[in-house]
Write a protein that binds this ligand. Sequence first.
Ligand code: NAD
Length: 274
Amino acid sequence: MNVPVKTQPSASSRVLASKVALVTGSTSGIGLGIARALAASGADIVLNGLGVASEIGRVREQIAAEFGVKASYSPADMMKPKSIAEMIAATIAQAGRLDILVNNAGIQHVAPLDQFPVEKWDQILTINLSSAFHTTRLALPAMRQNGFGRIINIASAHGLVGSPFKAAYVTAKHGIVGLTKVTALETAEQGITCNAICPGYVYTPLVEAQIDGQAAAHGISRDQVIRDVLLAQQPNKRFATVEEVGALTVFLSSEAAGSITGVALPVDGGWTAH
Ligand code: NAD
């Protein structure tokens, strides 16, 4: 008997069919994983983020072909409110709607508080926090008009607890948990939900960039950095995966999650249970 090989998810798994999702910072890491998970569930995708145009074009074409959805790209810089406004306006003009907004773009810088570069503080607060304020305020009118919206803020375990040397990041991530609560309260009667996902360490370029520096700073190997520094607080002693964060994003985007709003959900192997 010939068993048909499935190249695309079945119709029943396409719970987000006809939805339009915009994921900031989706040219890499967690954002790209989320974009792929949303596309696998049937949503049309707007990618955003930095990178080489030809490589981004290839990713966009691959998502469209693999999942049978529309995939477009906005080069908007999350440092610039005007650029963010153009991205949201273009998405709504082209797709006619914006159902799912994932605020994921983020950067990191690690330094003691009294040596923290002022420009890095400003950059982290702008990209990791203020950009979500701008995308949210600009997306809400279209969501209200449709009576449906899902806003998912990718915070961090560092939105719930602190760590030394990450003043700007921890501040921005705590801030985005606060923004999540206010957004949820202001939209609760309008078919819109807003939640934060708080990953522990996920292996992505953002984390890779910290490993060699930590190894040099502590005089230990990369493996020791991963086990004894990065995953020291993560009780399950493994990185969370972009697929795990993507699956939670799909669930929070679905009709089934309509009563979940204003929460910050850890995906951290038990870190914040300490
Ligand atoms: P990453 O470096 O792989 O991806 C970051 C994305 O943000 C990229 O697409 C990049 O192009 C984009 N970006 C950066 N600056 C931008 C700008 N000015 N304008 C537009 N896009 C910009 O990092 P990641 O690990 O995938 O992180 C994604 C999010 O997840 C961040 O908010 C991060 O704080 C959060 N997070 C990551 C981890 C982790 O362990 N990796 C843990 C918790 C939370």
